[in-house]
Design a protein around this ligand. Structure first.
Ligand code: BES
Ligand code: ZN
Length: 855
């Protein structure tokens, strides 16, 4: 932590490290407050480097001794690391340091969680374990010996030998320090074996605390399916004799891809039908796959520097989305991904935190694990694939793996393999990596003598530090429907490359209805005047499932906006169209459930701000409530039948089919509760035999009132289970009625079980409340103050998680003057704190700049 203004790091300043590392040997002697780490590192001059200054990163380390080629040395030490004169030939560096994992509340480096030791090194945590060139372009094989009085001692790679109180591990694959991991604890494994396509026998283990035994089966099953999928679809086989996964309760992120030893937030491992929801199962499957896929896209081929983060994260998100689409419904997965993209990435791109997929500078890299780097980065890969086709994509990936195995790469390396494998020039396409902001594509049309012309204009609005934008390469997938609903042009991709372009379609008998941006073929905002009738028509007839959903969604959005701004009644055309979808038994229940979900309050606020209005969070909330009640009434004849029909007979299965039925059934339950006062929901809650139904019914009760008794029963039943209680905390903060939200949340923070140093619990309450738009943006400013107080408090113990949660303030500048003043005051109060972390300092600085832009 530092009081000084953070020194930014620039992409353009990259230089290679002056030395190569041939081997790392670590000896870790565990102790809660006095762990000793001895490192023996073989360095040699890097012929590719000019700068030979020997600087090793190191933070919060007590140096016990240091030697070069066996001779003791006294390095010069600063808070960031050490420097020392070294020979101009290969040499061995040895150092011993002492660290205190039990005092590490930041959960970065080596720390303790519930009596177990674990590590988190990405991005820059290894420097809290020993002195090292802690940068991803320095790759080396690691050999690790752990001494500790615990039964299970794990590190990366293959086991070498072990005895009582010690174990030795060897990782033959050169890796950057951020992929180092160590775990020690009283753990039990759920195990299986996997034989790779190359004939390697791999032992698979998912390690959990004994109390959680029996909850790792789904994670293990997901791992096996991921391993198989990566062999079949990408030709990538696993490369060690063991693959270990460990669940830890205190974890800043979701999970981490350390080579051969993935460490997971326990919420993305542990599952049983009674404790985990369908969504939890889906997340576990996805995140297990994501971290496993990193073995090739991240570990074997890593990033040259942290500016290239999307090289591994964007690609791996794209891969895990493909996997989930294959395991479940591709259409539903796409719709869900786009909903998240819009809710998180479009919001980011449209506000003070906007930055390119490859940022040009940062003060704290932890602040750049963002929706833009991840989700927009994945969309950019989807666009490349659409442009070069699946075969071109496969060829380029084969070349990428063959050429760059064992290397630390850049976005340039990535694009180069596509250019070589497909012959396509990607110079202009590369702007997606350097230009922030969501492009707007404006569409107008005319029809004459059988010729239909689309006039397309693209424009990307200014973002912080980037005023002028160039046109992007946009693959626009589209189809045309005739007025009777037949498809007259099946999906075709046209490429936008210029600020203005036309697309001409000839020989049409009548003016068609266009279905544009099918499958959401590019991360852009489409601007086109459309009528409710046309949207209803596409909702009924579009053959593209994404656009079918999109038609309904945009229809709902328009209706809701009219309800907010004109106090209009919900349009009957919308209600009828919705009823038709819900009634259509040919449609996947999961799809119908999605269609019944109304655009969120934040999405509506964004849409209003986009039209130059100042959104009123309370008016939005009220309109959304009225719309829900109108849907409940209008579709009243359907609910009971749907509720009965969508029951899942037989034992609980987390698969997509049953999950879709449960989602539709719970949606029906939610609307029914607006008519029957929640009677059916109470019964559903009492009868639930799985967490999806239990928490689903509880949510309904919370939304419609009368949840007090159910909340108590739930707490009595699940008080012992941390992950389940996170849901209990989160739900109340998220769903509390606007006028009660601050008080409810404050009461939750005073609850004896509000263990706020646990990131999951903190996120549940403070993150949950921040997602309660009307509550957080309470006109009194009390919501802003509550969150600011807790961010300040958490920042002192865990800067990374605190800084990530400051994005609650991302949209503050779009509100009215009264709210803006209060939000700004809350942010300034954070900024003024003495001892504020670099993480939080950077975030509030950028957030505050929004007001200056808006003013
Ligand atoms: N490498 C990251 C984990 C990470 C992020 C470590 C930031 C340190 C700092 C991991 O692969 C990851 O991306 N995890 C995601 C989940 C994933 C499914 C997108 C996470 O933790 O949220
Ligand atoms: Zn990742």
């Amino acid at each position: 932590m530092t009081d000084a203004a953070p020194q930014p790091v620039f992409l353009k300043d990259y230089t290679p490290f002056g030395f190569l590392v041939d081997q790392v040997e670590l000896n870790v002697h565990l102790h809660p407050t006095a762990t000793r780490v001895r490192a023996k590192i073989a360095f040699r001059p890097n012929p590719a480097a000019r700068d030979r200054r020997f600087f090793l990163h190191g933070e919060d380390l007590t140096l016990i001794s240091a030697a070069i080629d066996g001779t003791p040395v006294t390095p010069e030490i600063t808070p960031e690391g050490l420097s020392c004169p070294v020979p101009e030939a290969p040499f061995t560096w040895e150092a011993e340091v002492e660290i205190a994992p039990a005092e590490n509340t930041a959960l970065e480096g080596l720390y303790m969680s519930n009596g177990m030791y674990c590590t988190q090194c990405e991005a820059e945590g290894f420097r809290k374990i020993t002195f090292y060139p802690d940068r991803p372009d320095v790759m080396a094989p690691f050999r690790v010996r752990i001494d500790g009085d615990l039964p299970v001692l794990l590190s990366n790679g293959n086991p070498v030998a072990q005895g009582a109180g010690w174990a030795e591990w060897n990782d033959p694959w050169p890796k950057p320090s951020y992929l180092f991991a160590l775990v020690a604890g009283e753990l039990v494994a759920t195990s299986d074996r996997f034989t790779t396509s190359e004939g390697r026998e791999v032992a698979l283990n998912v390690w959990v605390r004994p109390a959680d035994q029996g909850k790792a089966d789904y994670a293990l099953d997901s791992l096996i399916r991921s391993m198989k999928w990566d062999e079949e679809v990408y030709g990538r086989a696993y490369d060690l004799d063991v693959f270990n996964i460990v669940a830890v309760d205190d974890f800043n992120m979701g999970a981490m891809e350390n080579k051969g030893l993935n460490v997971f937030n326990s919420r993305y491992v542990l599952a049983s039908p009674e404790t985990a929801t369908d969504r939890d199962y889906e997340n576990i499957e996805r995140i297990i796959a994501h971290e496993y896929f990193h073995n090739w896209t991240g570990d074997r081929i890593t990033c040259r520097d942290w500016f290239q983060l999307s090289l591994k994260e964007g690609l791996t998100v794209f891969r895990d989305s493909q996997f989930s689409a294959d395991m479940r419904s591709a259409a539903v997965k796409r719709i869900e991904d786009v909903m998240t993209l819009r809710a998180r990435q479009f919001r980011e791109d449209n506000g003070p935190l906007a930055h390119p997929v490859r940022p040009e500078s940062y003060a704290e890299i932890n602040n750049f694990y963002t929706a833009t780097v991840y989700e927009k980065g994945a969309e950019v890969i989807g666009m490349v694939r659409r442009l070069v086709g699946p075969e071109g994509y496969a060829k380029a990936l084969d070349l990428y793996f063959a050429r760059h195995d064992g290397q630390a790469c850049t976005i340039e390396d990535w694009l180069q393999v596509f250019e070589e494998a497909t012959g396509r020039d990607l110079t202009r396409f590369k702007r997606w990596y350097s230009q922030a902001g969501t492009p707007r594509v404006k569409v107008t049309e005319d029809f004459k003598d059988g010729t239909y012309t689309l006039h397309l204009e693209q424009k990307t609005p200014p973002t912080p530090g980037q005023d002028e934008k160039l046109p992007q390469v946009i693959p626009l997938a589209l189809g045309l429907l005739s007025p009777n609903g037949d498809e007259v042009l099946p999906t075709t991709v046209i490429e936008l490359t210029e600020a203005r372009q036309e697309a001409v379609f000839e020989g049409l008998a009548a003016k068609p209805v266009p279905s544009l941006l099918r499958g959401f073929s590019a991360p852009v905002i489409l601007e086109r005047d459309s009528t409710p009738e046309e949207r209803a028509f596409l909702l009924a007839h579009d053959t593209d499932p994404f656009n079918k959903w999109e038609a309904g969604r945009s229809l709902a959005r328009e209706v809701l906006i009219a309800m907010v701004t004109e106090d209009a009644a919900p349009a009957p055309a919308w209600l009828d169209a919705l009823a038709a979808v819900v009634r259509d038994e040919a449609l996947d229940p999961a799809f119908r459930a999605l269609a019944l979900r109304l655009p969120g309050e934040d999405e509506l606020a964004e849409a209003l701000a986009d039209r130059g209005a100042v959104p009123d969070p309370l008016a939005i909330h009220a309109a959304r409530e009225r719309a829900k009640t109108a849907v409940a009434r209008h579709l009243d004849p359907l609910w009971a039948g749907l509720y009965a029909q969508m029951a899942c007979p037989g034992p609980y299965s987390p698969g997509a089919a049953d999950a879709g039925r449960r989602a539709l059934r719970l949606a029906a339950l939610g609307y029914m509760a607006r008519l029957d006062g929640g009677a059916r929901a109470q019964a559903h809650f009492s009868a639930a035999d799985n967490m999806t139904d239990e928490i689903g019914a509880l949510s309904v009760l919370l939304e419609t009132g009368g949840a007090d008794e159910a909340l108590d029963r739930f707490a009595r039943r699940w008080g012992h289970d941390r992950l389940v209680m996170d849901k209990w905390f989160g739900l109340q903060a998220t769903l509390a009625a606007p006028e009660r939200a601050v008080a409810v949340t404050r009461a939750l923070t005073e609850h004896a079980d509000f263990t706020w140093k646990n990131p999951n619990r903190f996120r549940a309450v403070i993150g949950g409340f921040s997602a309660n738009a009307a509550g957080f943006h309470d006109a009194s400013g009390a919501g802003y103050d509550l969150v600011a107080d807790w961010l300040i408090r958490l920042d002192a113990v865990n800067p990374q998680t605190a800084a990530r949660m400051s994005t609650a303030f991302e949209t503050w500048a779009r509100y009215d003057e009264g709210r803006r003043e209060k939000a700004q005051a809350a942010l300034e109060r954070i900024a003024a704190r003495e001892g504020l972390s670099r993480d939080m300092g950077e975030m509030v600085g950028r957030l505050l700049a929004a007001g200056r832009i808006a003013a």
